[in-house]
Design a protein around this ligand. Structure first.
Ligand SMILES: Nc1ncnc2c1ncn2[C@@H]1O[C@H](COP(=O)(O)OP(=O)(O)OP(=O)(O)O)[C@@H](O)[C@H]1O
Length: 258
C-alpha cells in the first residue's frame, strides 16, 4: 500500500514553561511528514513527555505552534490523536473489550456502525495476539498483555497521529522484542504519523525512520538523524553492520549532548 506524504506534523518553535517559570521544554522545531515514524530519545527531564502531551492537547500553554497538514492542533478536531502513555492508561473497571469500545465511540463520530466497531475490536485483539483476553479486566493482566491492549486500542481508533511514551519500558527483553515486531508490523499496514519516545537506543534504531536526539541543554535544538537501519528487514536489523554503526553515531551524540 502506498501513501502520499503530506506536510504532516509540524512543531514550530514550541516551548513549555510550568507555572513558577520552570522550563519543561526548550525551543523545539520538528517536521514529521505524514505516515512517518520518528523515535525520540533524550536524558531524563529534557521534556519528551511534555512534548507528547503538548501535541496531544493535554498541555495548551505552550508557545509556538503545532500543526497537522497545515492546521493548528490548538483548534479542536484538527486531527485524531492516539496517545499510549507510560502507564498504559487503561480503565481498570472496564473489560479489555470495553476499554477499546469506549475509545472507538469517543473518536469515531459515526463513521462505523456498531457491528463494524465490534468486528474491528475482535480484529485488533487478534492482531495483537490477545483475542482470548477480551472479557478480562486490565488489572488481571500482565504488563505485556496490558501493553498489547493499549496498542490495540491506539490502533483501533485509526488515529492520524500516534504518540507513544516509552510504551515498552516495563517489559522483559523477550516480550519487548515480540511487541516491537508486532507494533512495527501493524504500523506498516496502518502507517499513522507517529512519534515514539524511548529510553532505549536499540529500540530507537529499530523503530524510527529518523531518530530525534534531545539535549540536556534546553536551549539546544534536538539532533535529527537519518536512520538507514529502518529499511532493513526487521529480523535482520540487529545483526547488521548499519545497526552497529548507527549505535556508535548515536552514542557519540549522547556523549556530547547529555
Ligand atoms: N506538572 C509539572 N509541574 C512542574 N514541572 C513539571 C511538571 N511535569 C514535568 N515537569 C518538569 O518538566 C521537565 C520535563 O519533564 P518531562 O516529564 O517532560 O521529561 P521527560 O524527558 O519525559 O523525562 P523522563 O525521561 O524522566 O520521563 C522536568 O524538569 C520536570 O521536572
Amino acid at each position: 500500500m502506498s501513501y502520499s506524504k503530506n506536510k504532516g506534523l509540524e512543531i514550530k518553535g514550541v516551548t513549555v514553561e510550568y507555572p513558577g517559570g520552570q522550563c519543561a521544554l526548550g525551543h523545539i522545531d520538528l517536521c514529521l511528514p505524514e505516515h512517518s515514524i520518528y523515535t525520540v530519545i533524550g536524558p531524563s527531564g529534557c521534556g519528551k513527555s511534555t512534548l507528547l502531551r503538548s501535541i496531544a492537547g493535554l498541555i495548551c500553554s505552550y508557545t509556538g505552534d503545532i500543526l497537522f497538514n497545515g492546521l493548528s492542533l490548538r483548534e479542536q478536531g484538527t486531527a485524531l490523536i492516539g496517545l499510549v502513555p507510560q502507564n498504559y492508561g487503561l480503565l481498570p473497571w472496564k473489560t479489555v473489550q470495553s476499554n477499546i469500545r469506549m475509545a472507538m465511540k469517543i473518536s469515531d463520530s459515526g463513521r462505523q456502525t456498531k457491528q463494524q466497531q465490534e468486528q474491528q475490536i475482535i480484529n485488533w485483539l487478534a492482531a495483537m495476539g490477545i483475542a482470548e483476553l477480551a472479557q478480562r479486566y486490565p488489572l488481571s493482566l500482565s504488563g505485556g498483555q496490558q501493553q498489547r491492549v493499549a496498542l490495540a486500542r491506539a490502533f483501533a481508533i485509526l488515529p492520524e497521529i500516534m504518540l507513544l511514551d516509552e510504551p515498552f519500558s516495563a517489559l522483559d527483553a523477550i516480550t519487548r522484542e515480540e511487541i516491537q515486531t508486532l507494533f512495527l508490523e501493524n504500523w506498516i499496514s496502518h502507517p499513522t504519523t507517529a512519534l515514539f519516545v524511548t529510553h532505549d537506543v536499540e529500540e530507537a534504531i529499530l523503530l524510527g525512520e529518523k531518530i530525534v536526539i534531545m539535549s540536556s541543554n534546553k536551549e539546544e535544538s534536538p539532533v535529527i538523524m537519518d536512520n538507514p537501519v529502518f529499511h532493513i528487514t526487521h529480523e535482520d536489523k540487529r545483526d547488521s553492520d548499519e545497526f552497529f554503526q548507527q549505535s556508535k553515531r548515536i552514542r557519540k551524540v549522547m556523549q556530547e549532548k547529555w
